[in-house]
Ligand binder design. Structure first.
Ligand SMILES: C[S@@+](CC[C@H](N)C(=O)[O-])C[C@H]1O[C@@H](n2cnc3c(N)ncnc32)[C@H](O)[C@@H]1O
Length: 344
């Protein structure tokens, strides 16, 4: 059985500014590596809500976190449902939210779901086997043009035309090695250390799991859960994810997002975040040496700022801000009820 080594662990703990008694959400529990470090650092009194789409991974995480008892709440769900999950478990406001995107070493090595072309497995690639579409469904049913678009847009594959034509010629394709060989032949063999099927596998996995759509949606939801000065911490592993995170943090850190050619602001957008690291954080050489999987990791951190009188809708409820000593927070306005104060 393989293990998953948590990436940039010290940097993540520092970025979350973990404090005893704090409340945190780990949106990508995986094997529970980051989560157990967060719980250890936030003890006594810390709480963690861990979300994980993969039912096999969550079992491993639950075993790892068992020593923390009720302080760890684990949910087998998709982080696309972040707000609903946090509401269900009364996890709002929180001091920090972590996303460690992509897949874990456990899934690559042991899941049997065909994430890797190193072993002969069925072409599945679903994080959660309850999802409908598998990678095999995609390669066997999409048109050549659709496949080309998937490989180009989600794998940034420059040979997408040749590969999609070869896939269509060789259908049906059922297994990982079958697909890897078809890609290798389509591009004329192997050059260098990187397998020519790497980008094809990445593209299929991203689409099967709607990774980019779920990330965009969850980042927005995270804003409504973070308390004042709460930290949003995201580790991404490829440029498509990193671009989304970077743009989101940059846009939510600006007071106006109107196109520059407009003479005056019409968007009324207000900054809800302040970026913490202008320069992306990457693993040290020593970390890459001990954990080569960390080599493409990029860590970005932003801090939630909540202003007096900020109003917004969350989960269909209107929210306002309440000033609590030096901290500000909001709470849903309930008809005929006194405003309820939530302290951080
Ligand atoms: C890189 S691993 C996280 C490893 C974890 N930080 C640790 O230390 O063990 C990413 C995990 O996120 C999960 N995941 C990916 N997308 C998800 C989503 N939309 N919702 C919930 N979990 C997701 C994957 O199944 C995988 O287990």
């Amino acid at each position: 059985m393989s293990t998953h080594i948590p990436v940039l662990i010290e940097e993540v703990i520092e970025a979350l500014t973990i404090q005893p008694g704090g409340r945190y959400i780990d949106c990508t529990l995986g094997g529970g590596g980051h989560a157990s470090a967060i719980l250890a650092k936030s003890s006594p009194g810390g709480q963690l809500l861990g979300i994980e789409a993969d039912p096999d991974n969550i079992k491993i995480a639950r075993e790892k976190l068992a020593e923390y008892g009720d302080a760890a709440v684990t949910v087998n769900d998709n982080f696309a449902n972040l707000e609903d999950i946090a509401e269900r478990y009364h996890f709002r406001p929180v001091h920090g939210i972590l996303f460690d995107l992509g897949l874990s070493s456990l899934q690559l090595a042991d899941s049997g779901r065909g994430f890797s072309f190193q072993q002969e497995k069925p072409l599945d690639m679903r994080f959660n086997p309850a999802q409908k579409t598998t990678a095999a469904d995609m390669v066997n049913t999409l048109s050549e043009n659709e496949l080309n678009r998937v490989l180009r847009d989600y794998g940034e594959e420059t040979n997408s035309r040749r590969i999609s034509a070869a896939i269509v010629r060789n259908r049906p394709i059922r297994t990982t090695l079958q697909l890897a060989n078809i890609v290798e032949q389509a591009v004329g063999g192997r050059y260098g250390r990187i397998h020519p099927a790497t980008k094809t596998f990445q593209a299929l996995r991203i689409v099967v799991n709607n990774e980019l759509g779920n990330l965009k949606s969850a980042l927005k939801q995270a804003l409504s859960l973070l308390g004042h000065e709460g930290r949003l911490v995201v580790i991404s592993y490829h440029s498509l994810e990193d671009r989304i995170v970077k743009q989101f943090m940059a846009e939510e850190s600006r007071d106006c997002i109107c196109p520059p050619e407009l003479p005056a602001c019409i968007c009324k957008h207000k900054a809800q975040l302040k970026t913490v690291n202008k320069k992306v954080i990457t693993p040290s050489l020593a970390e890459v040496r001990t954990n080569p999987r960390s080599r493409s990791a990029k860590l970005r951190v932003a801090e939630r700022i909540i202003r007096q009188n900020e109003k917004f809708i969350t989960l269909g409820k209107s929210c306002v801000l309440i000033k609590v000593k030096n901290k500000e927070w909001r709470t849903p306005v309930r008809r005929n009820l006194q405003k309820e104060v939530i302290t951080m």
